[in-house]
Design a protein around this ligand. Structure first.
Ligand code: UTP
Length: 295
């Protein structure tokens, strides 16, 4: 793959997951055995990415610790005869370079991406939201498809989208797709529209590819009523400038797990736990027992 750079914004406050996120990043919450950010790094590394920039903020240093090689822990496991656990630390040696920068104030996703300007330089780059997993225990290649679409279409932005129930459109950035193919041009997009204003029920699904033109577009995007710079509004400016924005649809087996609120976090954890190759069977028995119980 020609694109190697990934930006993962993880600076958000995660207020919808309080109190769990009071003193730990939501991006480090476990889903099954792993924290969310580890799924993301593994997914993108399989697609050939090997330079990751985390846009972090206050209270997020455990993300940096997680990806360090922890020589003391390795020695302790060896000396304690727990060699079998070393395989759980293999992700430390993916051959990835990690970079970190800080968003000084939590002023929205667009503002967080602007912090990556020096890292990206004049090269296109991938953005993967730090609170979204793609595909259950599945090796999602959606970013590889996104990069192929970005390059073959000569686009300045490529976005993965997922169909959501119509009554949920106000929770997401929603695109207006031209045509119904798997790869399509995006005519417009709008952040968290009302049901009436939504151009479709296809939601932006947490994975993007951008050319560096996005930085100028973010700078020209104003703050919204909450004092945040929305990435969706900056992409809209690319369209206004006559630039090409394309979308690809997530297949059902590569659905997006959004860990932004408790309902979806609980659903995601339960789904991953119930389908775990080691623990899943026992948990499914427990779930059947519990579902037969009176509340
Ligand atoms: P969200 O908007 O879902 O995250 O951002 P949030 O602001 O943490 O959530 P709430 O509303 O307070 O619960 C999606 C991703 O963008 C990052 C978040 O860390 C998350 O991974 N983000 C968001 C930033 O890096 N900076 C921001 O200013 C906002």
């Amino acid at each position: 793959m020609s694109i190697r750079n990934v930006v993962i914004p993880v600076a958000g406050l995660g207020t919808r997951l309080l109190p769990a996120t009071k003193s730990q990043p939501k991006e480090m919450l476990p889903v099954g055995k792993k924290p969310i950010v580890q799924y993301i790094v593994e997914e993108l590394n399989l697609c050939g990415m090997d330079r990751f920039l985390f846009v972090t903020g206050r209270g997020k240093s455990s993300i940096e610790d997680h990806f360090d090689i922890d020589a003391d822990l390795i020695r302790t496991l060896r000396e304690g005869g727990k060699e079998d656990l070393l395989s759980e630390l293999e992700f430390e040696r993916l051959g990835v370079n990690y970079f970190y920068t800080r968003q000084a104030e939590q002023r929205g996703l667009g503002d967080a991406i602007l912090c990556a300007e020096h890292f990206a330089g004049s090269e296109p780059f991938v953005v993967a939201l730090g609170d979204s997993i793609i595909g259950r225990h599945h090796r999602s290649m959606v970013v590889e498809r996104l990069i192929r679409a970005f390059e073959s279409e000569g686009a300045d932005c490529a976005i993965a989208v997922e169909e959501v129930p119509r009554e949920q459109v106000s929770l997401y950035g929603i695109v207006d797709p031209r045509g119904d193919g798997d790869l399509f041009e995006i005519a417009d997009l709008v952040e968290k529209p009302s049901l009436d204003a939504a151009p479709s029920n296809w939601a932006i699904a947490g994975r993007y590819v951008f050319s560096p033109l996005i930085f100028d577009a973010i700078r020209r995007t104003g703050y919204d009523h909450r004092g945040e710079v929305q990435l969706t509004d900056a992409i809209r400016l690319l369209l206004t400038d006559g630039k090409k924005v394309v979308g690809i649809r997530l297949p059902r087996h590569e659905k997006r797990y959004d860990i932004g609120n408790f309902e979806s976090y609980f659903e995601t954890f339960v789904e991953f736990a119930l389908t775990d190759p080691v623990y899943g069977e026992k948990l499914r028995i427990l779930a059947r027992e519990l579902s037969g119980e009176n509340p």
